[in-house]
Design a protein around this ligand. Structure first.
Ligand code: ADP
Ligand code: ASP
Ligand code: MG
Length: 417
């Protein structure tokens, strides 16, 4: 008997029938003697619908009010799931984030969890109830409702598991684990039995949306045993089989780790590139360009500065696509004249494709295989960045899927035939 946290995503909660299936699955775990906490997302499409409603009224929605609206999808889910559990004879109670409370900072739409009070939840668990807690939402120090950013229910679940020192956090979703790349793009992608925490962190940060990055950070910081698995199997399948299915995030490379050099390929279309050309090649230039961008609270990801020719150089960097216009206007208003830049331009139609694997530490030639593969497909690389366990390139976004497929093949990541 253990304390277990289950998280169910939007598709898994997508209809009354699916919610009933979730209830049956949770009931099975409860009947096996486990103390159960369940963290569901809003029903699929609901958060998008709510945000679209807000945008119909205000083009740039007020962040506090947006969180007030966007958080309601999860409130409906917890109530429905608690009722579905009660309907099959399982005592259950639902809580919104503020009732637990799940405390966050004040950063509306991207709040960070600061603490979770476990008193109420523990009392219910001790009384034999299943506790159903909203994903995605929390409450700040002034009692305002906050949300954790898109995909944030993963983070709620892992944070709840950390606060309760749960034996395991099971993330049930619409795929049966973490794959070498998104199986929607590459049908030959292979499920990983295990993935190291470090690799999962890179994959999530580079765009694999199967887990929100902050959930992986929590799992790492608090050593939460986390597994990603399917919610689409029959809810009454054997519990022991289910408990071993999917992908386990491990903290060490152990003997059983698959010996692949590359574990996966991540990609995203969330970024935009900005280039400031013909700037004087002198000390302080990067600071003159990026200082005002940072002050405007815009995160910068990749950066390249060319070697100067004739005293001038070009400087490029990427920002989130949502902040592209804002970054351009900061540069126009605060940077152009002060550094006498030649021109300021950009391209929102880029994609970032990354190969990730801890095996890279001990293997050479990964970069050259990656670059050769892209060159054979005629894909131009616009920017490159590397770390110990990943190589990322920026390419034109229309080539993204082609690049992912070609790299998946070149690195031998397909399922065995
Ligand atoms: P949920 O609603 O359950 O949170 P998400 O849509 O957020 O589900 O995440 C699951 C989706 O993540 C999958 O349907 C899949 O398309 C996508 N995905 C992206 N990269 C990967 C990967 N490497 N492995 C598995 N799924 C991935
Ligand atoms: N419902 C939220 C979203 O759509 C949170 C989540 O599903 O994880 O982003
Ligand atoms: Mg998700």
């Amino acid at each position: 008997m253990a304390l277990i946290v289950h998280k169910y995503g939007g598709t898994s909660m997508g209809s009354v029938e699916r919610i009933k299936n979730v209830a049956r699955r949770v009931a099975k775990w409860h009947a096996a003697g486990h103390q159960m906490v369940v963290v569901p997302s809003a029903m699929s499409g609901e958060t998008n619908r709510l945000i679209a409603l807000a945008k119909d009224i205000q083009e740039q929605p007020d962040p506090r009010e947006l969180d007030m609206i966007a958080s309601t999808g999860e409130q409906v889910s917890v109530g429905l799931l608690a009722m579905a559990l009660q309907a099959i004879g399982v005592p259950a109670v639902s809580y919104a984030g503020w009732q637990v409370p799940v405390r966050t900072d004040e950063a509306y739409t991207k709040a960070r969890i600061e603490s979770i009070d476990d008193t109420r939840v523990r009392a219910d668990l001790a009384a034999g109830k299943v506790v159903v807690i909203t994903g995605f939402q929390g409450v700040d120090g002034h009692g305002n409702i906050t949300t954790l950013g898109r995909g944030g229910s993963d983070t709620s679940a892992v944070a709840v598991a950390a606060a309760l020192k749960a034996a395991e956090c099971l993330i049930y979703t619409d795929v049966d684990g973490v794959y070498t790349t998104d199986p929607r793009i590459v049908p030959e992608a292979r499920r990983l039995e295990r993935v190291t925490f470090e690799e999962m962190l890179e994959m999530a940060s580079l765009g694999s949306k199967v887990l929100q990055i902050r959930s992986v950070e929590f799992a790492g910081k608090y050593r939460v045993k986390t597994r990603v698995l399917s919610s689409l199997t029959p809810p009454d399948i054997d519990l022991a089989t289910e408990a071993e299915s999917g992908t386990l995030i491990t903290f060490e490379e152990d003997e059983q780790m698959e010996k692949a050099v590359i574990s996966g390929i991540a990609f995203n279309r969330d970024e935009a590139k900005i280039t400031v050309s013909n700037v004087p090649d002198r000390p302080g230039i990067a600071y003159s360009i990026l200082g005002p961008v940072a002050e405007a609270n815009i995160d910068v990801d990749m950066i390249i500065q060319n070697a100067g020719v004739g005293g001038n150089t070009d400087f490029s960097f990427t920002v989130h696509r949502n902040e592209y216009q804002k970054a351009l206007s900061v540069l126009e208003s605060q940077v152009r004249d002060s550094i006498k830049a030649g021109s300021i331009g950009g391209d929102p139609k880029i994609a970032k494709v990354s190969v990730v694997g801890i095996g890279m530490r001990s293997h050479v030639g990964i970069a050259s295989l990656m670059f050769r593969t892209l060159s054979e497909e005629g894909i131009n690389i616009q920017m490159i960045s590397t770390s110990e366990i990943k190589i990322s390139v920026v390419i034109e976004d229309k080539y993204m899927e082609l690049a992912v497929r070609a790299l998946h093949k070149a690195f031998g990541l397909e399922q065995a035939a």
